[in-house]
Design a protein around this ligand. Sequence first.
Ligand SMILES: [Zn+2]
Length: 122
Amino acid sequence: MTCPNEYAEAVLREWVWPDGRPRCPKCGNHKKIYERHTNRSDRYECGGCDHTFSALSGTPFASRKKSLAFYVEAIRVLSQRGQRPVMWVAQTLDISYKSAWLLAKKWDAWTRTRPGPAEHPP
Ligand SMILES: [Zn+2]
């Protein structure tokens, strides 16, 4: 049996780091990353700048106000959104229009900056 949270975290990790390697959101280092397992979630420590982070650090979902399962669903909905209006996002995720608007805005900004799968490591 896989814990739903573990499954959700694995999905999120795969989405944030398409090459499967944790990357420090602060300095971009991915060569010296140490894993720190805690009760709450997996944390990582950067060997370059000592910054600790999780897979969600620096993403639109970093605040973790909702469950991991919600964020997995949000990623699915937002990546399939296309030209659909914000109201569609709100209704599909069952959240307020304001929350959906904020989420969509953060998502757009994030997807513009995140390294794509085609990016070569420095
Ligand atoms: Zn770092």
